[in-house]
Design a protein around this ligand. Sequence first.
Ligand SMILES: Cc1ncc(COP(=O)(O)O)c(C=O)c1O
Length: 424
Amino acid sequence: MTTSIRTDRRLAVDGGRPLRPPDRPWPRWPVPAPDAERNLAAVLHGGRWAISSPTCGDTPLFERRFAADFARYVGTRHCVPVDHGSSALVVALESLGLDFGDTVLVPALTWTASATAALRAGLVPVLVDVDADTGCIGPDDLDLSVDPRAVVAVHWASNMADIPALDAVTATRNISIVEDCAQAHGATWQGRQAGSLGRIGCFSFQHGKVLTCGEGGAVVTDDDSLAPVLQELRADSRRYRDGRPAPGELDLEESAGIQGANFCLSEFSAAVACAQLGFLDEQHTVRNRNYALLTELVADLDGVRLLQPAPAQTRISIYEGTIVVDELPAGMSNADLATALTAELGKRFYVTDEPLHRSPLLQPWTKPLLAPLAERFSEIHRDRAYPKTEWLAAHTVQTHHSTFLGDERDMHDVAGALGKVLAR
Ligand SMILES: Cc1ncc(COP(=O)(O)O)c(C=O)c1O
């Protein structure tokens, strides 16, 4: 397939005509699922706005329905919904029963929450490099010298970390794998869903995620002993009672096995999440078809490729489409490329989040409560290098998954804009 580059060769960023006419809109995000409005109205008028609200006639909790639906979707025995993906990571790490100050390996290339969650759970995140091909932590990146007790294995952008390979190193050393699936809802590895391969899986349903209810999250696990602990950690030491609550009682009982906090998902959010889940696979199909087409189209451009998953990954879930440019034209950074693409296409392209070893969003020393952890954190990170993370951060541009929710013409536009900008 060829890529058409339209007539005005001057870049839009330099005042030329944009490759894509501004009157051609991109798909909007989020896209409300057909049932979203009906579910929201049911909450609004059903008399139960929180899981800590008393029973009200026969009104069931959307939160409990979502927990069952999402566990089925991921293929795990349990799902505990929470209010944010960050909270999912906090309660997941807390549930492991580690000691204060234990270390947790976290990839340097991820959102800050993957690391701050460890601090909030009383643990020290130790940043490690990632595999240059996938952008995810690989078995060779595990730093066992710091005696880690857990690994937060982030599935990054559209790629999954190789959990079985990580497990081969960690299983015999009593190191738990917590999958951070905030960017990987519905991705599969040899047919198994992200979140079902490690000891615990954590999801975010924040606005930009492929499954969203505005703000929300969930923890999934097959571990029957962890599930009640996770429930208590997220609902002030309460968990669902067995059987039906009596009229006017809560679905929650004060089981009080462990000190919890309130990380509960609102019923409004749960209602939206239930509806959006039914829509997710359809959207995956559209995005993945367009991603495959763009992969083909950019093959015509020297040194440009889309980030591809490891062969064992059987389905991608595109949170961010990642374009890798092996050699950027002289004088052009990937940030310049992102700005130029944004101007050509009227859709935002950007560079990755600042890697965590130099992210301004990760500064535990600013919070007195974290002081002992911060000290150890600074000490451990004094002389570390992240060459593969740095390479990816300097050679990639990304775009939100909604870029892939349209049709073929959109992909031709992206490939055309890449050709136009890189030809300069
Ligand atoms: C990899 C990763 N982990 C955790 C989170 C945190 O999720 P939330 O924003 O719902 O707290 C995010 C959100 O962007 C993320 O991308």
